[in-house]
Design a protein around this ligand. Structure first.
Ligand SMILES: [Zn+2]
Length: 461
């Protein structure tokens, strides 16, 4: 009895000690709840809520619609010009990867908005340089069939779906889309020679009758070329392994191997040997590596336990392993982007009425556009500046009237009239810049750019 009493006291003490820490964790209410079965409906609702809560940093759009009318959502996080791409749930039963994509978006968006670091990463600095695009659920029809079974599909296709499921009404092992085509065996890389193909629609393993025929795959290919990402990460489950090489050319080997080694260090996921994987193909990562010649990864999260989804209880540990991946990949993506000659920033000197304007740099040239630091220039020209942090816009009042422009937007406003520029005002290393053509048009000042040195001279009106 006494022993029991002491034990009970010990248990109470442990609960009291752990309690506050546990509570403070729970007190931070999140939109994305990783403890629920993450459905298409939950996804759609959460994306809208995140975009409403974090309008500065989160945007979303549909990149296509499935055969059964579900949107394939893309979510953009960040304001930068370099891009990287994350996606999840190519396979129906792997929807915990959607949770992972979504949780990542929310954690980073909150840190950005609150101006805090995340696991040592400078979230603002990183997301102002790189935009991370997510397609958290590539295959919403497959996910829905896996989660709810036949009831979410028209009765007219039930028999066909049961046939694709080899006579079973239990869809828990389902990987394909709702046409019985595997979206991760559809990309046009070694498609013709894929091994272990099933020649008719099936819950897994059927590559279709030609590459990139499904609406999901068409959307992904078109969107990839549209956003032009430097690196792609395609989350799957399960096995705690990492695919990183698909017949990677020798010239890219050390670049990609370095990233794979860091990926493994963060996640503990074992790298799949290139020799083994070279027989594959048809997957997003294979395609990205081959067609774009850029690094791509397929991490398989969680420990495999049978032909079904991971339990939601697997989430906290997989999140712990992956929580830095998005910011780290964004940083690496920026380095790759900035190293390209067309993206190189060339500082040039700037003169106003023959007097040198100070700045770090005062002006620079990038891909043929000359940008100038607007603050010292507009101030010298007699303008008063007001900054609106919510809309990221500047209102300048001065001799030529009111000039209003927004970071990241090519459309500006001059005395109530819209003026459009070929490039948008933007930040570089935390300083605001504007295309010289746009600024001089607004203030009515002639300018010239020296052909040889790139030096910019502006004359006040
Ligand atoms: Zn998969």
């Amino acid at each position: 009895m006494k022993k029991f009493g002491i034990m009970l006291l010990a248990v109470i003490l442990v609960v009291l000690t752990l309690g506050p820490a546990g509570q403070s964790q729970a007190a931070v209410k999140t939109i994305v709840d990783p403890s629920v079965t993450y459905s298409y409906g939950v996804l759609t609702r959460d994306i809208r809520e995140l975009a409403a809560k974090y309008p500065d940093i989160v945007e979303y759009k549909s990149i296509g619609r499935t055969l059964y009318g579900r949107e394939i959502w893309a979510v953009g996080l960040g304001t930068g010009r370099a891009t990287v791409f994350f996606n999840g749930s190519h396979h129906g039963r792997e929807w915990l990867t959607t949770t992972l994509n979504m949780y990542m978006i929310e954690q980073y968006a909150a840190a950005y908005t609150e101006g805090r670091r995340f696991e040592g990463y400078d979230v603002r600095g990183i997301l102002d340089k790189t935009k991370i695009w997510f397609v958290p659920m590539v295959n919403p029809d497959g996910v829905t069939l896996q989660q709810t079974g036949l009831k979410s599909f028209p009765a007219s296709v039930h028999q066909a779906l049961i046939r694709m499921n080899e006579g079973s009404r239990n869809f828990k092992r389902w990987k394909a889309n709702a046409q019985g085509i595997d979206p991760n065996r559809q990309y046009d890389t070694n498609w013709a020679n894929l091994v272990n193909n099933y020649y008719s629609p099936r819950w897994m393993g059927h590559k279709g009758t030609a590459p990139v025929t499904t609406l999901e795959n068409k959307a992904m290919v078109t969107f990839t070329y549209e956003i032009d990402p430097e690196i792609a990460v395609s989350y799957h489950s399960a096995g705690r392994i990492l695919f990183w090489n698909f017949r990677t050319p020798a010239v890219n080997y050390s670049r990609d191997k370095r990233l794979a080694d860091i990926f493994t260090r963060f996640t503990g996921y074992r790298q799949v040997s290139p020799a083994f994987n070279s027989n594959g193909g048809g997957g997003y990562t294979d395609w990205f590596i081959q067609r774009l010649g850029r690094p791509a990864f397929t991490p398989e999260i969680g420990i495999k336990r049978g032909e079904t989804h991971l339990p939601v209880s697997a989430f906290p540990e997989e999140w712990r392993r992956n929580k830095k991946i998005g910011l780290w990949i964004a940083e690496e993506g920026y380095a790759l982007w900035a190293a390209k000659p067309q993206n190189r920033i060339n500082p040039v000197s700037l003169f106003l009425d023959g007097k040198r304007v100070e700045g770090d740099p005062a002006a620079f040239n990038e891909s043929g556009t000359t940008y100038v630091s607007y603050k010292p220039l507009l101030t010298s020209l007699g303008y008063k500046l007001a900054w609106d942090g919510t809309s990221k816009s500047v209102t300048a009042n001065g001799p030529q009237g009111t000039f209003r422009f927004t970071l990241g937007k090519k459309e500006a406003e001059l005395n109530g009239q819209t003026v459009t520029s070929n490039a948008a005002p933007r930040l570089h290393e935390g300083i605001g810049y504007i295309p010289v053509r746009l600024l001089t048009q607004a203030v009515g000042a002639p300018f010239s750019v020296d052909k040889d040195t790139g030096m910019v001279s502006i004359k006040s009106p």
